[in-house]
Design a protein around this ligand. Structure first.
Ligand code: HEM
Length: 413
């Protein structure tokens, strides 16, 4: 992470040779989300993409494009007829992996599901979980506060979103959370596609078992009850069982694989910027705004995919029907055409036009819940541990693909 704002001018990309010298590869024709170089030079690469390369191509596997400017990302996310989600959101999707609803569907199927699911995660309903989540934050802090140190990811950041979603929203036991977190992480980042598929399979099997059990109990009108009640598709057929399971899997992926990164990055920023910490301690009312800036700058979902249904041209690049295209939400949130100094973290920035929660039809259903997890964490942490820093001799460990995640953050106080 940088403190210095990036001032790279807008314009044409440099030559292939210059890109290879700077990034180790030609970003325009040979991009790779899984390249360790992208993980290491994350901020620099995103800034470069949004300023210099509106569209780039990857040759990995079956190949994919990345769309990088805010205007193009917004336009494409709205146009589901051209950029369909029905063939999946991840590049080089493992063969045989079931599609996830509502994420990997288009209207009208998508609309039917969102209509019944949205009320369970509305701003008002999410707010009803605020106190239990605040209690969870404090219970986790209680476990390590007296030891004067913690490994933030393992002891807090990876746990809280799971507790918030499983315990409070789904009413599911949290004893199996570690297996689910591992399943989602390995299913996303394992270098071997077969291993990814196996881990995703474990998550599916676990959640299907729970859904089956619930279907044998008396009806309830909670989120799982709504999934089990199902929807009717426009051909008059009820949604099949596999779609119901995949709804629960999609919500679980969203519920546990994302918020940790924003949370950990915010805590890391506050650990390394005592003045910003003091700013929030003195002005707790600023925390909600700070969360938007942290979400903008630390996007867990780097890019999500669509399949082109017709030939299109974006920023001068022709993309043919059938090609896989990714919307780089992370780059779009740093577009200098829409904000000043996008490379700088400014907690006082207002009207933050970020796309971290997605834009258009598939905009995140869990953003209200995520915001509560983030605000309660920062509020309670700063009250109870106002002075803290990164453990000397350590630094955060990151891993990046289409998702970005922090694996380790050691703190002392
Ligand atoms: C900071 C935390 C989070 C971030 C950054 C985030 C980000 C996103 C993004 C970018 C999308 C759009 C996907 C696309 O365009 O294809 C999305 C969709 C989704 N998110 Fe989140 N998410 C977060 C938290 C959550 C939580 C807590 C849940 C569940 C409780 C959740 C569940 C979902 C689901 C189910 C979708 C699919 C929506 C659809 O396809 O209509 N997310 N999220």
């Amino acid at each position: 992470m940088k403190d210095e704002p990036i001032t790279l001018p807008l314009g044409e990309p440099p030559t292939k040779g210059q890109m290879i010298a700077r990034f180790g590869r030609d970003l325009v024709t040979d991009f790779d989300l899984d390249d360790p170089g992208f993980n290491d030079k994350f901020d620099e690469t995103l800034d470069f993409l949004v300023r210099k390369c509106p569209v780039v191509h990857s040759q990995v596997g079956r190949g994919y494009y990345l769309i990088n400017t805010q205007d193009d990302v917004r336009r494409s996310a709205q146009d589901w007829q051209t950029f369909s989600s029905a063939k999946g959101y991840m590049p080089n999707r493992p063969e045989g992996m079931p599609y996830l609803m509502p994420e990997e569907s288009d209207p009208p199927i998508h609309t039917e599901w969102r209509k019944v699911l949205n009320p369970h995660l509305s701003p008002k309903v999410s707010l009803s979980y605020e106190q239990p989540i605040r209690d969870d934050v404090n219970e986790l802090i209680d476990r390590f506060i007296n030891s004067g140190e913690c490994e933030f990811i393992g002891e807090f950041g990876a746990l809280l979103p799971g507790w918030a979603f499983f315990k409070n929203v789904l009413g599911l036991p949290i004893v199996d959370l570690a297996m689910l977190i591992e399943g989602v992480e390995e299913g996303t980042f394992s270098p071997d596609l077969g291993t990814r598929a196996r881990h995703f399979g474990n998550v599916f099997a676990y959640l299907e078992k729970h859904l089956r059990w619930r279907s044998e109990q008396s009806e309830r009108d909670d989120l799982i009850g709504t999934i089990l009640k199902g929807v009717t598709y426009d051909n008059g057929e009820p949604a099949p069982w596999e779609h119901m399971v995949s709804i629960l899997v999609d919500l679980t992926f969203g519920g546990i694989a994302t918020t940790t990164f924003v949370m950990a990055s915010a805590i890391h920023h506050l650990a390394t910027h005592p003045d910003q910490r003091q700013l929030l301690i003195d002005n707790p009312a600023m925390i909600d705004n700070a969360i938007e800036e942290y979400a903008r700058f630390f996007p867990p979902l780097v890019a999500l995919g669509r399949t082109c249904t017709r030939n299109v041209e974006i920023a001068g690049t022709e993309i043919r029907a059938g090609e896989f295209v990714m919307l780089t939400y992370a780059a779009a949130s740093r577009d200098p055409r829409h904000m000043e100094d996008p490379g700088k973290i400014d907690l006082t920035r207002t009207g933050i036009p970020h796309s971290t929660f997605g834009v258009g039809w598939h905009r995140c259903i869990g953003s209200n819940l995520a915001r509560i997890e983030l605000s309660t964490t920062i509020e309670e942490w700063l009250k109870r541990i106002p002075e803290f820093s990164v453990k000397p001799g350590t630094e955060p460990v990151y891993v990046t693909g289409y998702l970005r995640s922090m694996r380790k953050l050691e703190l002392v106080w």
